[in-house]
Write a protein that binds this ligand. Structure first.
Ligand SMILES: NC(=O)c1ccc[n+]([C@@H]2O[C@H](COP(=O)([O-])OP(=O)(O)OC[C@H]3O[C@@H](n4cnc5c(N)ncnc54)[C@H](OP(=O)(O)O)[C@@H]3O)[C@@H](O)[C@H]2O)c1
Length: 257
């Protein structure tokens, strides 16, 4: 059986760059996202450039049942997933009373429910093989929940809590659960509204730089990895700044310029 790394959200941004980094290392990939033609194009390009095996599945993971079907399709094709990267995620910005409930419910399904489904199903196989790695993509807001990103922040706080506890639970099984926490990154994730906030005064990171660190963490790391020194430092601020002051700072940062 050939070994594969499965990446969700592989068609653009951080996932796209991680797929390219992994392919350059000669690793076989299963790419997942909604946009089939982008996945098809990536398959052709990566195979031609690096000669590795690339499969893809077009799937809308804003329905957790689709995540269950995805797992079945991977099994039916006899593909052995040694590494799972739960990267697909969406966010939204705005006052909670004005943002779209439909978008937020989809976000919870994608950022939380499908991540749990894929983690459970693939972790069960990994534990029985006594080997495997799962990396979940959180965000700096997993540590620093932001006003106007309330539901998104809560989904990413879930990712952190889930990844840390599952990693502890699986200690000694041969399966590691890692997590990656980028700050602002220049991808299609960032809407024009988000760009009007004070958060975007600092230059966002390039997704390739995030992917290089993400791939290193996936292949060699342990536990949590916050990407970039400034982001790492910011995640430590709640240890010495009182909660109410911290929230005022975050509200000012997340407000529009
Ligand atoms: N960009 C940032 O500032 C930032 C900061 C911290 C953390 N992150 C996290 O990094 C991860 C990747 O984000 P990114 O910045 O690379 O964003 P991106 O460029 O928008 O990429 C998101 C990826 O997820 C896929 N996707 C979106 N909705 C999906 C769905 N319903 N089902 C399946 N796939 C779906 C997209 O492909 P399709 O549209 O083809 O489905 C795309 O491949 C996310 O978890 C995000 O929360 C981003």
């Amino acid at each position: 059986m050939k070994e594969y790394i499965l990446i969700t959200g592989a068609s653009s941004g951080i996932g796209y760059e991680m797929a390219n980094e992994l392919a350059a290392k000669g690793l076989n990939l299963i790419l997942v996202a909604r946009t089939e033609n982008k996945l098809q194009q990536m398959q052709a390009e990566l195979t031609e450039k690096h000669g590795n095996l690339v499969k893809y599945f077009a799937a809308d993971l804003s329905d957790a049942n689709v995540a269950k079907e995805l797992y079945k399709k991977v099994k039916n094709e006899n593909l052995l997933v040694t590494h799972l990267v739960n990267n697909a995620g969406i966010g939204n910005y705005g006052s909670f009373t004005e943002t779209s409930l439909e978008v937020e419910l989809s976000m919870i399904q994608l950022n939380i429910s499908s991540l749990v489904v894929l983690s459970k199903l693939f972790a069960q196989d990994m534990v029985s093989r006594k080997s495997g790695r799962i990396m979940n993509v959180g965000s700096v807001v997993s540590f620093l929940p932001m006003p106007y990103f309330s539901v998104y922040s809560a989904t990413k706080a879930f990712v952190k809590a889930f990844s840390e506890t599952l990693d502890a639970e699986l200690e000694g099984t041969g399966v590691d659960v890692l997590s990656l926490y980028p700050g602002t990154v220049d991808t299609g994730f960032t809407t024009s509204e988000m760009q009007t906030t004070n958060l975007h005064k600092t230059k966002p990171m390039h997704p390739k730089d995030v992917a290089i660190q993400g791939v290193k963490h996936l292949l060699e790391g342990n536990g949590k990895k916050v990407v970039g020194f400034q982001n790492w430092f910011n995640t430590k601020l709640p240890n010495f700044v009182p909660d109410d002051i911290m929230m005022k700072i975050k509200k000012a940062l997340a407000s529009q310029k």
